[in-house]
Design a protein around this ligand. Structure first.
Ligand code: PMP
Length: 424
């Protein structure tokens, strides 16, 4: 391998030729591999099968979890999630299986009615706007797009969203909130620095009811011994005199079962009271049986950490394999690509030369490897640089992941050479 930027057009064409031969060999294998969605693999789901043998339904205070009632969640579940989220139990609502569902509900609430600290419903201000650190989680962006917010991309840095940019944008009263995945962000795997958290909590916003959608989806999903640690957003907001600003979320989707876990949120008491009052017409109670079952199964923070170590044992080799193959397949070609090396979470980001991501994904797909669509991690699905590719190493078995990653390297190199030849 040689530095592609040091090659003349004849050398580029020669290299392209030999890579196309390798590519054709992959294409002839009839591969059907998928590195597109961040799902746990079946062996991870098997870790939680004992959950289904738990038939205990009485709560610790005698609540019969089979019945209606306790919209706020079982007391032991509120305590468990309070520990995870860093809040008090009475600042927590334990919901159904999906935190995204809770986030959607709150965006809906803000849109239709506003919050306890809102002068008016968000949709009363013409076209409200929402900040989207990008690349970010496509489904966050989709929720706010669906309601009709204008999505404003904010560059994502290794320390979190570009705070100079955020602080300038929130001077606009139409900007109502920001999406955040603060620990092991989707897709870069970055964790917010203390300075970023403090600036988000303290910044002056023109909208008095500005909300931080603090989606701590990967809060216990470590992949190494050196866990990233972030500040507690609710606490920082409180210190800054903005305690109603933070809405924090997490779920057990990637702890037990994505389709049948338990989700929770935490916020100020004022927000929790307001949200429960507004949830009241929607539902009588969430699935408390599943809440009890999960607490019996995971027990406490030590039990949770021990369970997550089992996930780590299955996931770490997959991340390690992808990173080693990217290094082996791309590092020798000069700076044609860079990639993130997360300490946790479900994803990593590969950044190609500008204008090469879509072509890379297309080449992979045509040879039988499905990646997330290029641009998917940006508002409206458009990456202005056409550079980011989200890699989800968790679901495929290790051997398939290795094949897919090797093909990916070939495709990045082909796309880069095509681009360089166009430029020459
Ligand atoms: N937030 C983030 C950042 C995610 O990556 C995901 C799942 N991919 C979710 C939320 C969805 O969580 P839940 O299953 O609790 O709805």
């Amino acid at each position: 391998m040689a530095d592609y930027f040091a090659m003349d057009s004849r050398q580029c064409a020669q290299e392209l030729d030999s890579l196309r031969k390798i590519y054709e060999e992959y294409a002839a294998k009839g591969l059907k591999l998928d590195m597109s969605r961040g799902k746990p693999a079946p062996d991870q789901l098997d870790l939680s099968m004992d959950l289904l043998t738990i038939t205990d339904y009485k709560g610790e205070t005698g609540i019969d979890s089979r019945n209606y009632g306790n919209l706020e969640g079982m007391p032991e579940a509120r305590r468990f999630f309070a520990d995870i989220l860093g809040a008090q139990p009475d600042e927590v609502i334990v919901g159904g299986n999906s935190s995204l569902n809770m986030m959607y509900y709150l965006i809906d609430l803000g849109w239709r009615l506003g919050f306890a600290d809102s002068p008016a419903a968000w949709n009363a201000c013409g076209r409200p706007k929402f900040l989207c650190p990008a690349p970010g989680y496509d489904r966050h962006f989709r929720v706010t797009e669906y309601f009709g917010f204008e999505l404003i991309a904010v560059p994502m840095l290794p320390t979190g969203p570009d705070m100079d940019c955020v602080e300038a944008l929130v001077k606009d009263e139409a900007v109502k909130g920001i999406w955040c995945v603060p620990l092991y962000s989707n897709p870069d795997g970055y964790s917010y620095s203390d300075e970023t958290v403090r600036r988000l909590a303290a910044m002056k916003t023109a909208a008095p009811d500005f909300k931080i959608m603090w989606d701590n989806a990967y809060c216990v999903h470590h992949l190494t011994d050196t866990h990233d640690v972030i500040l507690n957003m609710l606490e920082e907001c409180r210190k800054a005199g903005h305690e109603d600003r933070a809405l924090m979320f997490c779920s057990l989707s990637k702890v037990t079962f994505p389709g049948a876990g338990v989700a929770a949120m935490a916020a100020s008491r004022r927000n929790i009271d307001y949200i429960l009052k507004n949830m009241f017409p929607m539902i009588i109670s969430f699935d408390k049986l599943n809440q009890v079952r999960h607490i019996r199964f995971l027990k406490d923070m030590d039990g949770l950490a021990a369970h997550m170590e089992k996930h780590r044992a299955l996931l770490e080799p997959k991340f390690r394999a992808v990173l080693a193959i990217l290094d082996e397949g791309l590092s020798g070609c000069g700076s044609i690509a860079r990639w993130t090396k997360p300490n946790g979470g479900y994803f990593l980001s590969l950044y190609t030369l500008g204008g090469c991501a879509k072509r890379t994904v297309q080449l992979c797909r045509e040879a039988g490897v499905v990646l997330t669509d290029a641009g998917a991690a940006y508002p409206y699905g458009v990456d202005p640089q056409d550079s980011n590719i989200r890699i989800a190493p968790t679901f495929p078995p290790l051997d398939e992941l290795e094949t897919a990653s090797r093909l990916l390297c070939v495709c990045v190199r082909i796309a880069t050479l095509e681009k360089l030849l166009q430029r020459q």
